[in-house]
Write a protein that binds this ligand. Structure first.
Ligand SMILES: Cc1cc2nc3c(=O)[nH]c(=O)nc-3n(C[C@H](O)[C@H](O)[C@H](O)COP(=O)(O)OP(=O)(O)OC[C@H]3O[C@@H](n4cnc5c(N)ncnc54)[C@H](O)[C@@H]3O)c2cc1C
Length: 493
């Protein structure tokens, strides 16, 4: 994703001072503090970053926690390659199947990573981006005199302040721009936020972009995988995880809450925190009795979570930079709306090899998801060949043992759409949605059920505002908000 590079130049959102709730700010380590007296156990559903963080905070307060994780691994949409994966890649940096960029060097996730002492590299997007336009690829500088591109860029730069109506999609709002730049706008304000731009509500997106208070820098962990950072940062919570326990029903009709998993094992808890992806809640994989309040259900319908495909393709040399300036993102490619040159600043030496990390959401991801993996990759290579005169096919790394085989391209595909416990990419607001929908989704039910996770992030005056929905920082801050709600419900009982 190439998210909102522009807030700095608008002079917005730079006072990312960490706002902490009173019970956090009084402690030297923000998650440590006085013990809370509670005889029950809190059940956390999902061991993604939100589940781990909320569990970690509660454990630090002396509260007993059990985490039910559906899969056999922690991290959720943070998933990093392991040595045992035996990848066909030669990248000498952590390979991520999911989240790979820290949005904002002053964001919540950046802060936790910095406390862990993990080395990072930073860059700013914009000047280093390239765009597919007409029959070729151009840099921002090369497009400076292109009036269609300049108009689109101004639209993008000012989008957070544009106050579009809640009922319009991004495509509606951008309808007046030339067809030549529509795919680029789709990359900026559609794919970067989780789906095709025709499906995203312009009003709610503009609001969350305008409210996010992090700087425009993008940061990579240069040597450590995100998954390993989670394991080391949240070691207390990790030991509370029960793997392979997909929760199928939650009965909160009585004093104790009954949580049942796929193996029909039921356990009782005093409080339950749901951190599963929005798609899992929407698909009804977990039944609630009584049913969740109708206001929460209708807000859930106002938010979407669509298909998502991640591909990694390596090339023997960098064929896409025509001058000294390295390309960070390549945007506007039909088959691959967001291509990140993940090698940039990480591979030593910096020009060999080159790893393209491709992230596709929405209708294009639905189309690709239906194809065999090799065909997904070939679609991208064919389009790159069109704009780079056949150089993608010429330079893609292949399995040397089968040099004549047309299917011997070395690649990695992770289709999040078909992951049974994720079922898509990230949450996004549909046309007609407002920020209130995320507030409703997050709202606790009867002091028994609590909700965290990226889809439940909204800017809250008592908490750090350096997150956004659909990001790790958003998920982390939602966990802090949720921990506060659980503690309030215990203390005020
Ligand atoms: C391809 C991709 C790229 C991304 N890139 C970035 C990026 O560069 N930077 C960034 O900040 N963000 C990025 N994101 C978003 C980021 O990964 C998420 O916002 C964040 O990881 C969400 O964390 P979470 O805890 O809310 O949910 P999740 O990580 O989805 O965790 C939810 C957990 O619930 C579990 N679960 C599901 N159903 C059940 C059940 N029935 N019972 C028990 N457990 C269940 C799941 O297995 C999962 O472990 C990306 C996402 C994707 C898909």
């Amino acid at each position: 994703m190439n998210r909102r590079k522009i807030l700095k130049s608008l002079g917005l959102g730079l006072s990312a001072g960490l706002v902490l709730p009173p019970w956090l700010s009084s402690c030297s380590n923000p998650e440590e503090g006085p013990e809370i007296s509670y005889s029950g156990t809190v059940c956390v559903i999902g061991a993604g970053v939100a589940g781990l963080f909320v569990a970690d905070i509660l454990i630090s307060k002396g509260i007993k926690v059990k985490i039910f994780e559906a899969s056999n691994r922690l991290g959720g949409r943070i998933r990093s390659a392991k040595f045992s994966d035996d990848l066909p890649l030669i990248a000498d940096f952590p390979v991520e199947y999911g989240a790979d960029v820290i949005y904002g060097s002053d964001s919540k996730w950046a802060g936790l990573i910095s406390l862990s002492g993990v080395p990072v590299v930073k860059f700013q997007t914009g000047a280093t981006d390239r765009y597919r336009i007409d029959d070729g690829v151009k840099t921002t500088a090369e497009l400076a005199a292109d009036t269609d591109f300049a108009a689109a860029l101004t639209f993008y730069d000012n989008f957070p302040l544009s106050s579009p109506s809640a009922g319009q999609s991004i495509q509606d709002v951008a309808a007046g721009f030339n067809m030549r730049v529509q795919k680029i706008i789709d990359s900026w304000l559609g794919n970067a936020y989780g789906t095709s731009y025709s499906r995203i509500g312009a009003g709610a997106l503009a609001q969350s972009m305008a409210e996010a208070e992090h700087d425009p820098e993008q940061v990579y962990a240069s040597q450590n995988s995100f998954e390993n950072i989670l394991i080391s940062r949240f070691s207390r919570a990790v030991s509370s995880i029960q793997y392979n326990r997909p929760v199928t029903s939650i009965d909160y009709s009585g004093e104790e809450i009954q949580v049942t998993d796929q193996n029909n094992q039921t356990e009782s808890f005093g409080k339950v925190i749901v951190t599963t992806p929005l798609s899992i809640l929407k698909s009804g994989d977990i039944t609630f009795s009584p049913a969740l309040p109708s206001v929460k259900m209708s807000s859930m319908n106002n938010l979407g979570m669509d298909a998502c495909v991640r591909m990694l393709i390596e090339f023997k040399l960098n064929f896409w930079d025509t001058d000294e300036a390295p390309t960070n993102y390549l945007l506007g490619v039909t088959e691959a709306p967001t291509i990140l040159n993940a090698s940039l600043k990480r591979t030593i030496p910096n020009d060999d090899p080159k790893t393209m990390v491709i992230t596709v959401y929405g209708s294009k991801a639905e189309e690709l998801s239906a194809l065999p993996d090799i065909d997904k990759v070939k679609r991208v290579i064919e389009e790159l060949d069109e704009v780079y005169g056949g150089k993608a096919t010429l330079n893609v790394r292949r399995d040397d043992e089968n040099p004549d085989d047309n299917t011997n391209i070395l690649f990695v595909v992770k289709d999040w759409t078909t992951d049974p416990f994720i079922k898509g990419g990230i949450s996004y607001p549909k046309p007609g949605a407002t920020m209130q929908d995320r507030i409703n989704l997050a709202e606790p039910v009867e002091s028994k059920l609590f909700f965290a996770g990226e889809a439940t992030y909204y800017t809250h005056e008592d908490f750090d505002k350096t997150g956004e929905p659909g990001t790790i920082s958003g998920a982390l801050i939602s966990a802090e908000r949720c921990a506060q709600e659980v503690i309030d419900s215990i203390v005020n009982a």
